[in-house]
Design a protein around this ligand. Structure first.
Ligand code: FNR
Length: 183
């Protein structure tokens, strides 16, 4: 099974990117996880650009999401919502004729230095994913609170968090299998 990961932060020292980088080694047997290119590679959505032709980066990410068995989104919370760059990427993907997000088994996780762990961004993201008919797993949820104490030098070091994320990935593997069996 092949899953792809979209990260909502574009900064080098991102806690969320560190969480995303930990996923391949925490994945259950039989699951390969690859990171998608940065959302910063996509221009701000513009209908005129779309009319002239989809940017290569948009088409490339769309093709990879379409081909993958599942999508994982790892994002920070900005002002109680998702970062604009992530929303922009989802807006672009929603415009592709191939509809890469439609019925795609999707997993959300977030990390934040706050005690909320990015929960509010997750619920806004769920709302956006309804519009594109992505099939998002409800539970278990992973919100890595006080993430700066659990990630050291870009590595997810906190064992409790690693275990919990691993359990979510196992649950998601079951969710994806069930979705595939139903089609
Ligand atoms: C934040 N941050 C933040 N954190 C949070 O838990 N809730 C919030 O509403 C916000 N709002 C917010 C807005 C803006 C514009 C910035 C830049 C930051 C803090 C944020 O969680 C923190 O900077 C994270 O470290 C960002 O994620 P990465 O880049 O480390 O993955």
């Amino acid at each position: 099974m092949n899953w792809v990961v979209l990260v909502g932060s574009v900064r080098k020292g991102s806690l969320n990117a560190a969480l995303a980088r930990a996923l391949p080694e925490l994945a259950p047997d039989g699951v390969k996880i690859d990171l998608l290119p940065s959302v910063a590679d996509m221009p701000i959505y513009d209908g005129d650009i779309e009319t002239a032709g989809f940017p290569g980066q948009v088409s490339a990410v769309g093709d990879r999401v379409k081909a993958a068995d599942a999508l994982v989104i790892v994002t920070p919370e900005y002002n109680y919502s998702v970062p604009g760059g992530l929303k922009n990427a989802l807006d672009w993907l929603s415009r592709l004729k191939t509809q890469p997000l439609k019925t795609k088994p999707t997993l959300i996780m977030s990390a934040s230095p706050s005690t909320m762990g990015g929960a509010r961004a997750q619920y806004h993201l769920r709302q956006v994913l309804v519009a594109v008919d992505a099939h998002v797993m409800n539970v278990p949820e992973v919100m890595v609170a006080q993430a700066h104490t659990k990630i050291t030098d870009g590595v997810l070091t906190d064992q409790g968090t690693r275990d919990f994320v691993g359990k979510q990935l196992v649950a998601f593997q079951g969710f994806v299998k069930k979705a595939q069996a139903a089609t």
